[in-house]
Write a protein that binds this ligand. Structure first.
Ligand code: 26Q
Length: 840
């Protein structure tokens, strides 16, 4: 208290001297007294409790309810404004929205955080404790889902008319527990005691047909009409989550569909005495939105997954069309002017034949007109080049679930093949590559090809990734339609990923350069001027140290491990996948351990390696890598010969809310994927924004981060994309590295022993196996030496405190490009052609 009071006038004078520090002129939407009164009101009349009985959970709910009142008021104004102006809007279709917690975010976006905190304090309650009560809304796996969440934040902030459409999973991504070092999956129940943000909209329920058969009808004039007679109908119940833009003016909506049995459809069975059968159908219908598939980067090919995809797309399209018809009746000519649909990967690609079905079979448009509308409505974002992640569905499966859609897909393909024939007459190899249908032993529908053909724009998510999409994934499409494939580099919302998660750094920045950076992130650039300023360096690193202390407490509380905050906090947080190479990090840690054992004076700055990662439950090797990290951690942390220099921490159940705690405390950001494999990455941006230095490969957005911060402020290592390709062409033999590098051999052999798993030799052998006999598909051994050298350079750099502080400041200063506001502006300019709509 005293220090901040005495320090205040000093910094204020300084800030005034350097630059006009933008001061808040806006009056808060609610005063402290109003918030306090509202919280108490909700405690009494919404929750039926009082100030004396309320626990933190009740305080959380009452605070949410108080904020939600304001949210809903602004939501009404926004919707009215959009309706009156009949605005063109973007509809973001995504099977995943990884929203995390909303209370802190909504308070920050209304700029009410400090008022609410003060109001609760007067009631004897700590806001930070209250915030911890909120379960994460974990309706996504990782990057793709979190990107969708950052994007809808930016859309609302930029006052763009937009709606997110997705699935209202009853269970989000599994909760991870670690037992004896191994991952155990537990169900996630994010709305067990009610979710205060969502609003059920029974007035907008939709019905979705499934299964059944297609009838061909012949009209008097010889015309053919198709009618789908479904075998089942499910109900889609919409739940709306308000999305508050920064400044609180525009409040958009995320609409998530929950499946329910359609009562009337089962009525006949019911009346015929089939009560039990009717109930069984109910259970099946309700299964659709039960659980999020926990696989990312693998195409599971499960029937329920396809039904999930169709279910939310069909509900969303009906919802869009209902709204369009309210303004334009049966005049379809303006549909593509009013509606643009962004497909977040191919997961919602079934929307393309679904819109064709509605236009041709229902609205009775001719095929050409319908196709023109379709291909002016959809745009598609690709997030992966990994072959195993490219969605393909067996034609037989589509035929069973969506018989009419398969016919439409064949028709789209038939007409498209004629176009290809015209461009490349007689070229059957070209046709085979471009076809939506893969003629393998089992006919498959390629959702990527369908998406490119049915969209007017296709984008990758980082410059290099988009180049590889053009050169390697879809070169034939690039030749056919030059200009259709483009790039929009990903971004992250600086409101959640700096302002809210790192209040101390935000405050420091505000004092130095003003507080308008959250909506104009290029403003951070002006911090560069202070990168060599000793006082600012000290302030910046003092904030980092304080954040490290907080994380150290969290680590202690969760794992019992005590870490030294003077050590380098080195963080790798992301889904567990071989291509992300957590095992490269691990093998390097083992090498460091070995060096220390061989030479007790081995010269290195103390370092804490911190991991957070979930593995897909069926991905054996990924789970083995988690086990290995934990076993190596246990050994090192308890070995007095090494644990003064080296600690390893695996924080269980990595999720948005733990990212918010880890990122502000990071000194080092590990971004070490095999070049060409990580489409973009977005954790890399979050960590650099918070002053962590990247050690990384020239992959995904790392390349653009390196361009922004400059070579002196990042540690780049490893093979480039071209070098990886060359290595593959010339034949890569990991044994060469095993036999030529003593350290690699020793470390891999160590994994075979029972040193880390006493009494269980071989428990970690699968990793060695994959790197040798498995052919090391992700080039871990090829990159090891270069990685090791980069780590030595990093270690050396850290010891020069001033130099490191300068690098950290410059990383924060140069992250302006990576705000999701810029990504959204790119989408608006290149793809959506959307106008913002000011809400009064
Ligand atoms: C597909 C079919 C069946 C079941 C699951 C899936 C599935 C689910 C999720 C496939 C992929 C995902 C998620 C992919 C993902 O998160 N990709 C990441 O997207 C980020 C945002 O663009 C990028 O930054 C990352 O590089 C990319 O890996």
């Amino acid at each position: 208290m005293t220090t901040s009071k005495t320090a205040k006038p000093k910094t204020a004078t300084k800030a005034a001297k350097t630059k006009k520090a933008a001061t808040k002129t806006t009056v808060p939407a609610l005063s402290k007294a109003e918030i306090k009164a509202s919280i108490i009101k909700h405690l009494h009349s919404t929750l039926g409790t009082d100030e004396n009985k309320a626990n933190n959970h009740a305080w959380w709910k009452a605070t949410c309810a108080a904020i939600q009142e304001l949210v809903l008021e602004r939501l009404r104004t926004t919707q009215k404004t959009h309706y009156v102006n009949d605005t063109r809007a973007v509809h973001y279709f995504s099977a995943e929205f990884l929203m995390g917690r909303l209370l802190s975010n909504n308070m920050h976006n209304f700029e009410l955080f400090d008022e609410a905190s003060a109001a609760l304090k007067e009631l004897g309650v700590e806001l930070t404790d209250v915030l911890e009560e909120e379960p994460d809304m974990a309706l996504g796996n990782g990057g793709l889902g979190r990107l969708a969440a950052c994007f809808i934040d930016s859309l609302a902030t930029k006052e763009l008319p937009a709606i997110g459409y997705g699935l209202h999973y009853e269970h989000g991504l599994f909760r991870q527990e670690i037992k004896n070092g191994a991952q155990i999956e537990r169900p996630d129940s994010w709305r067990d005691y009610g979710n205060p943000w969502e609003i059920c909209r029974p007035e907008s329920i939709q019905e979705v047909p499934l299964y059944g058969y297609v009838e061909t009808k012949y009209g008097a004039n010889g015309s053919i009409q198709k009618e789908w007679h479904p075998g089942n109908i499910v109900k889609g119940v919409p739940w709306d989550i308000p999305v508050v833009g920064y400044g609180g003016k525009t409040v958009n909506v995320l609409r998530l569909w929950q499946s329910e049995a359609s009562d009337y459809f089962n009525w006949d069975v019911f009346n015929a005495g089939g009560y039990v059968d009717a109930q069984r159908e109910n259970i099946q219908s309700e299964t659709i939105s039960k659980v999020l598939y926990p696989n990312d980067e693998t195409e599971a090919g499960k029937e329920l997954r396809l039904i999930q995809q169709y279910f939310f797309c069909a509900c969303s399209l009906k919802d869009i069309i209902r709204r369009y018809k309210r303004a334009h009746g049966d005049d379809w000519s303006r549909f593509a002017e009013q509606v643009v649909i962004q497909l977040n990967d191919t997961h919602p690609a079934i929307s393309i034949p679904e819109l064709m079905r509605i236009l041709v079979d229902r609205a009775q448009l001719d095929w050409e007109s319908a196709w023109e509308i379709c291909t002016k409505t959809f745009a598609y974002t690709n997030h992966t080049l990994l072959p195993e992640a490219l969605e393909k569905w067996p034609a037989r499966m589509i035929e069973k679930i969506l018989p009419r859609h398969l016919e439409i897909i064949y028709e789209i393909n038939h007409r498209f093949m004629a176009e290809v024939e015209e461009k490349w007459p007689g070229d059957n190899a070209m046709k085979a590559k471009l076809s939506i249908i893969e003629e393998s032993s089992e006919k498959m529908v390629r959702m990527g090809n369908l998406s490119v053909i049915g969209s007017f724009a296709v984008n990758g998510v980082a410059a290099i990734h988009s180049e590889l999409v053009k050169k390697n994934l879809f070169p034939e499409f690039e030749a056919l339609w030059p200009g259709k494939l483009t790039n929009v580099t990903n971004g992250i919302t600086p409101r959640r990923w700096l302002k809210a998660c790192n209040p101390a750094l935000s405050e420091l920045i505000n004092k130095k350069i003003g507080d308008d950076w959250p909506t104009d992130l290029d403003k951070l650039q002006s911090l560069s001027a202070f990168a060599t300023n000793k006082t600012f360096q000290n302030q910046f690193m003092k904030v980092k140290l304080a954040n490290k202390k907080k994380l150290a407490e969290e680590i202690k509380a969760q794992t019992g491990i005590v870490v030294d905050t003077n050590a380098i906090f080195d963080i790798q947080i992301k889904r567990l996948h071989e291509y992300k190479r957590q095992h490269l990090n691990l093998i390097h840690i083992m090498a460091l351990y070995r060096r220390i054992l061989e030479n007790p004076d081995y010269d290195m700055h103390p370092r804490v390696f911190i991991f957070g990662a979930k593995a897909a439950p069926g991905y054996k090797l990924a789970k083995d890598i988690i086990l290995a990290i934990n076993k190596v951690a246990e050994k090192i942390n308890n070995d007095p010969r090494a644990n003064q220099k080296l600690k390893v921490v695996f924080l269980p159940n990595y999720r948005v809310s733990s990212a918010e705690k880890m990122i502000p405390a990071a000194d080092v950001s590990q971004q070490i994927s095999t070049a060409g494999k990580e489409a973009s990455g977005t954790g890399n941006m979050k960590l650099a924004l918070n002053g962590a230095i990247t050690i990384g490969t020239l992959d995904g957005a790392n390349i653009e981060i390196a361009e922004e911060v400059g070579d002196d402020n990042i540690f780049i290592f490893g093979l480039t994309v071209d070098e990886v390709y060359k290595l593959n062409e010339n034949g890569y033999n990991p044994y060469d590295y095993y036999y030529q590098n003593r350290e690699i051999k020793a470390v891999l052999d160590w994994l075979d022993s029972d040193y880390f798993t006493p009494g269980q030799p071989g428990a970690l052998s699968s990793i060695k196996q994959s790197l040798l006999d498995g052919g090391d598909p992700y080039k871990v051994l090829a990159d090891f030496e270069s990685y090791s050298e980069a780590n030595i350079a990093l270690d050396k750099a850290y010891r020069d405190k001033a130099k490191w502080a300068q690098m950290a400041i410059l990383n924060t200063a140069k992250m302006g490009k990576f705000t999701s506001d810029r990504s959204i502006q790119d989408y608006v300019d290149k793809i959506w052609k959307l106008d913002s709509c000011a809400v009064k």
